[in-house]
Design a protein. Structure first.
Ligand SMILES: C[S@@+](CC[C@H](N)C(=O)[O-])C[C@H]1O[C@@H](n2cnc3c(N)ncnc32)[C@H](O)[C@@H]1O
Length: 305
């Protein structure tokens, strides 16, 4: 089972007992949802996930609260339409807990992990047309370099992309094991605690699932379904997502900026949120010791005004 990250911080900051209408845009295994349903009797909850398997696991896990929950398979980029269709506009809270779940990572056949061999898939939504194998075998070298750099923050992007192009000419790259080997060899093996294929896999996964594009739309949609006083919470696991969440909230808060020539000008959109934390909240040490995934988690929250 996937263990919800920073659950206590989320429940406390949300003042969860006072909230009645929730939208969980990343249901996963229903861990956060369960915490909320347990603490806040009578709450209504919309649970969205683009992965059928995850949604089914959440449905089973939340069986005791079935009458309070609506489950919808969708990308959270579509949250506004989905919320309206199911009577969840004017929500008290929206949660986006980004990335993949441990369940997805742990299943070799989903192709997310370099730790076990499986088909090179990486689609969260298995109805999507493009798999990781398609990206790896059809992107030209410069496109591979670009995604490795921008989404993986991979310093050896050029070397990794060249190795992929060279190897796929011999035979298409179809498995996570082979890709992990190719990347590791291109980078000269393992030199740190982190597996050498970590960044390449992240870049390819984010490309396959269009993760930043979805997040951009999902953040907009979240603001549009919150009622005044409602809270958006975003849990992210790497710097690109956190940066996007930070800029989004900052731009929608707006601020006065002093000008060198004197006076002040307004920066940002018409104010739509008030940030509840300027710096992201981080998981407590005990949680990190218990669940290493929590180490990189950052929680940002803002209130709709
Ligand atoms: C980190 S897990 C969420 C875990 C969940 N909070 C829990 O406690 O069990 C992220 C989930 O979000 C889903 N997901 C990621 N991006 C999504 C998107 N753009 N739209 C819908 N679901 C998404 C994944 O399929 C995965 O199940």
């Amino acid at each position: 089972m996937h263990r919800p990250v920073m659950l206590q911080e989320l429940l406390n900051e949300l003042n969860v007992e006072t909230r009645k209408v929730f939208i969980d845009g990343t249901a996963g295994h229903g861990g956060h949802a369960r915490g909320i349903l347990e603490r806040s009797p009578g709450v209504r909850m919309l649970l969205v996930d683009q992965d059928d398997d995850a949604l089914e696991i959440a449905r089973v896990a939340l069986q005791p609260w079935a009458s309070q929950c609506v489950f919808v398979r969708s990308n959270f980029a579509e949250l506004e339409r989905v919320a309206h269709e199911h009577g969840f506009k004017d929500a008290d809270a929206v949660l986006l807990d980004l990335g993949v779940s441990s369940g997805q990572l742990d299943q070799p056949e989903r192709g997310f992990s370099f730790m076990s061999d499986g088909p090179l898939d990486m689609r969260m939504d298995r109805r999507a047309a493009r798999t990781a194998a398609d990206v790896v075998n059809t992107f030209d070298r410069s496109e591979l370099v670009e995604i490795m750099r921008s989404l993986g923050e991979e310093r050896a992007a050029g070397r990794v992309a060249s190795a992929i192009v060279r190897e796929r000419e011999k035979e298409p790259i179809e498995t996570t094991g082979r890709l992990a080997d190719i990347v590791a060899r291109a980078k000269g093996g393992r030199r740190s605690r982190i597996h050498p294929a970590t960044q390449a896999f992240q870049a390819i996964r984010m490309t396959v699932n269009r993760e930043l594009e979805s997040l951009e739309s999902g953040l907009d949609a979240s603001l549009n379904v919150l009622k005044p006083g409602g809270v958006i919470s975003i849990i992210s696991f790497h710097s690109l997502e956190d940066r996007m969440a930070k800029h989004f909230l900052r731009d929608h808060e707006g601020r006065w900026e002093s000008q060198p020539e004197g006076g002040r000008t307004w920066r940002g959109a018409t104010p739509a949120v008030r940030r509840l934390n300027r710096r992201p909240l981080r998981a407590a040490e005990e949680e990190v010791a218990d669940n290493p995934r929590a180490r990189s988690a950052k929680l940002r929250m803002a209130e709709r005004i």
